[in-house]
Design a binder for this molecule. Structure first.
Ligand SMILES: [Zn+2]
Length: 322
């Protein structure tokens, strides 16, 4: 799926149709973004079997990173790009805070750079101020970041977090609730607008509170959700620039932080284009080809993802450290 989407983007780029889209596309891709990111988990996670030959050059890097259950030692550092990198010195987000709870503990993806942990604490408090009871936290990163076996192209640096559009309930969730509760789809079946039986404007205030955090670089939401936020926003619209339409993201939003200043190997993305990104800027997302994509002529092969050699050199030490 990746190659056809990339070439489509290139064609549209040359035609000047989707400059903003291409800017975001380098770190995400459609195949990964349309996967249901919140399938039920399990109360009985099984360890992955050891690799027969972990040092073979053709081993996908995701197989190595998925088998590391603890962070790499050393100072916190984001290394490489959001969709091609890793991290050292990760910190786990506690599974229950006053203003957040972590979902799908079996995935062991509640790890991040300390700036991400700080952001979630700060944002949870700010969310409360706009009337949101608390955050349900989906995937952050693996203990050493890097590519994952399932679900995402990005989330590799410990600077990305998925947050559900469902509010935290008033009780501490049981292990079973954290694994089995589903996130609610906010988009109508047409794909053209939000589902008004579940959507409420407090979600616009919630995403605005995140976008106004100076550490936030981008927030990804479904285009129908961005459209709704465009119509609900009043005259104060600067925050909308950071809210980027993307495939999927109908039951959660994805917050991406800027590279921390003490991570010189972290590759920043270009700043978001000026303007609120509303109106005709969203037209592309509501075209028939995007809403109802044709299935590929032949099914895509398995996506093995990059090998260790394709990641920044420092990621070898990160994943090989005991
Ligand atoms: Zn995400």
């Amino acid at each position: 799926m990746l190659a056809p989407v990339r070439s489509l983007v290139v064609v549209l780029l040359l035609a000047g149709v989707v400059p903003a889209l291409a800017q975001d596309a380098d770190t995400q891709n459609r195949a990964a973004s349309t996967i249901d990111t919140t399938p039920p988990g399990t109360l009985n996670p099984q360890p992955l079997p050891p690799l027969a030959n972990p040092d073979a050059p053709n081993v996908p890097a995701k197989e190595l990173f998925a088998r590391k259950l603890t962070p790499a030692p050393g100072p916190a550092s984001a290394i490489g790009g959001y969709a091609k990198g890793c991290m050292a010195g990760a910190v786990a987000l506690p599974i229950s805070g006053t203003t957040w709870q972590v979902m799908r503990l079996s995935r062991n993806r509640n790890w991040g750079n300390p700036v991400l942990i700080d952001f979630i604490e700060r944002f949870g408090a700010n969310a409360k101020k706009v009337g949101w009871n608390g955050l349900l936290i989906g995937d952050m990163a693996q203990p050493r970041g890097g590519p994952m076996l399932t679900g995402h192209a990005s989330h590799q640096l410990g600077l990305d977090v998925d947050i559900w559009f469902s509010p935290m309930p008033d009780h501490v969730l049981t292990a079973e609730e954290r694994e089995m509760e589903g996130a609610v789809n906010m988009v109508a079946p047409s794909g053209l607008e939000v589902d008004h039986s579940v959507w409420t404007p407090v979600r616009t205030a919630l995403v605005k509170a995140a976008a106004e955090d100076p550490e936030v670089a981008r927030i990804f939401v479904n285009a129908a959700i961005k459209k709704e936020m465009c119509s609900e926003a009043g005259p104060d619209r600067a925050w909308l620039a950071k809210v980027r339409p993307w495939w999927g993201h109908a039951e959660h939003f994805h917050v991406r932080l800027n590279c921390p200043p003490d991570s010189p190997k972290c590759e920043s993305q270009p700043p978001v284009p000026p303007g609120d990104g509303c109106g005709h800027a969203l037209d592309y997302w509501f075209t028939a080809g995007v809403l109802h994509p044709k299935p590929p002529e032949k099914p895509p092969g398995p996506r093995t993802g990059p090998t260790l050699a394709a990641l920044p050199a420092a990621c070898r030490q990160v994943v090989k450290a005991p």
